[in-house]
Design a protein around this ligand. Structure first.
Ligand SMILES: Nc1nc2c(c(=O)[nH]1)N[C@H]1C(S)=C(S)[C@@H](COP(=O)(O)O)O[C@H]1N2
Ligand SMILES: [Mo]
Length: 344
């Protein structure tokens, strides 16, 4: 049992397609990871329900299951860009991001079995069994939509670092709500305002007020190759490749610029285009050897366009840490070196 807080990042620059191999999934632990004996693990559902229940793993795994592909992104992903820290590689700028096939039971199935109070219930609280007892409020509307209580990831049982034996999957919502080592769901009629959710993953706005309960991860994309720290060995053809995703649904289009944002052309979407999942894009490029800046810009099915950094700052100010979905710029030097820059 390791109890320190820690973080590790997915090496996006070395991956292909949309599925993150489980061993390369990023990890974020507020209080270490835990090795839980599944035979002793329980999930309790209590609060505004007709019948409070305690489920064993065997109870849960008998229920109708679903398997769905979704991305998970920490709300702090790309946070250093607010301060123009220019972390050197896409692993560190964007690597608190992974995408997997999750298998489990829909939370709506469990809430129905317990007979949640249809008149009064408005929120649920999810609680983990780790040292931080990670807790998060989720609206009932979302809980009844596509939220899953998952025991498997990419065809195998969850790994301990990803919440074995149970984690909440909250598609489109920031990683912190995906409570690992899930042990309790309480149904209530108001937000719980627990310590974790009132002081972490909140956004300082230009008027000096904190915005709380920012949950959706807005439409975003990044070029993973070529990306910071890599070197173009010669002029000539390159396949520019990257990832796009939106917490609000499917990716509609990705544009790429190879001249610092003056001109944009549509990229090819190569993978399955699934809601709230990573989408792979590719773009043909012939590098003539001159210095330039490459960027990608995603648009989701709601019509929302990924903003430039200065557009995001205009709305959000300069004091944020979380929820940065701005366009990422990679500078190509004449010697082929790729580095992280910000352009307005
Ligand atoms: N119980 C518990 N759940 C947790 C956390 C935690 O520390 N404890 N970290 C959260 C955060 S901040 C994120 S970004 C995701 C990370 O999930 P992963 O480690 O599987 O990538 O889990 C969330 N769920
Ligand atoms: Mo996170």
């Amino acid at each position: 049992r390791v109890t320190q807080a820690s973080v590790s990042f997915t090496p996006l620059q070395g991956l292909f397609g949309i599925i993150t191999p489980s061993g390369l999934h990023f990890e974020r632990h507020h209080q270490g990871w835990h090795d839980i004996d599944p035979s002793g693990h329980r999930l309790m559902i209590n609060g505004l329900v007709k019948e409070e229940r305690v489920f064993t793993m065997d109870d849960l795994m008998r229920l109708p299951s679903v398997s769905r592909i979704h991305f998970i992104e920490c709300g702090a992903n790309t946070g250093a860009e607010w301060g123009n820290v220019a972390l050197p590689t896409v692993q560190y700028t964007h690597g608190m991001l992974s995408c997997s096939e999750f298998t489990g039971v829909l939370l709506s199935t469990l809430l129905d079995m317990c007979g949640y109070d249809k008149k009064r219930a408005r929120f649920v609280l999810a609680e983990g069994a780790d040292g931080s007892s990670m807790t998060r409020t989720i609206s009932l509307e979302r809980a009844l939509d596509d939220v899953m209580v998952a025991w498997a990831m990419n065809g195998e049982m969850l790994r301990p670092e990803n919440g074995y034996p149970l984690r909440l999957v909250v598609p489109g919502v920031q990683g912190v709500s995906w409570v690992k080592y899930l042990r309790r769901i309480e149904v209530g009629d108001e937000r719980y305002d627990t310590k974790d959710e009132t002081i972490h993953y909140i956004d300082m706005m230009p008027n000096g007020m904190h915005r709380q309960y920012t949950s959706i991860q807005e439409c975003k994309s990044v070029i993973t190759s070529p990306s910071g720290g890599q070197i173009l060995l010669d002029r000539g053809y390159y396949n520019i490749s990257g990832l796009a995703w939106s917490g609000r649904g499917r990716i509609k289009r990705v544009d790429v610029s190879v001249d610092g944002g003056r001109n944009w052309k549509t990229a090819r979407l190569e993978s399955l285009i699934l809601p709230k999942a990573l989408t792979r894009f590719n773009f043909d490029w012939v590098w003539d050897g001159s210095p330039t800046i490459i960027q990608s810009r995603a648009i989701d099915e709601t019509g929302y366009v990924q903003p430039k950094m200065n557009q995001l700052r205009a709305v959000r100010g300069t004091k944020s840490i979380y929820h940065n979905n701005a366009i990422q710029s990679w500078k190509i030097d004449s010697n082929g070196e790729v580095s992280n820059v910000q352009v307005s």
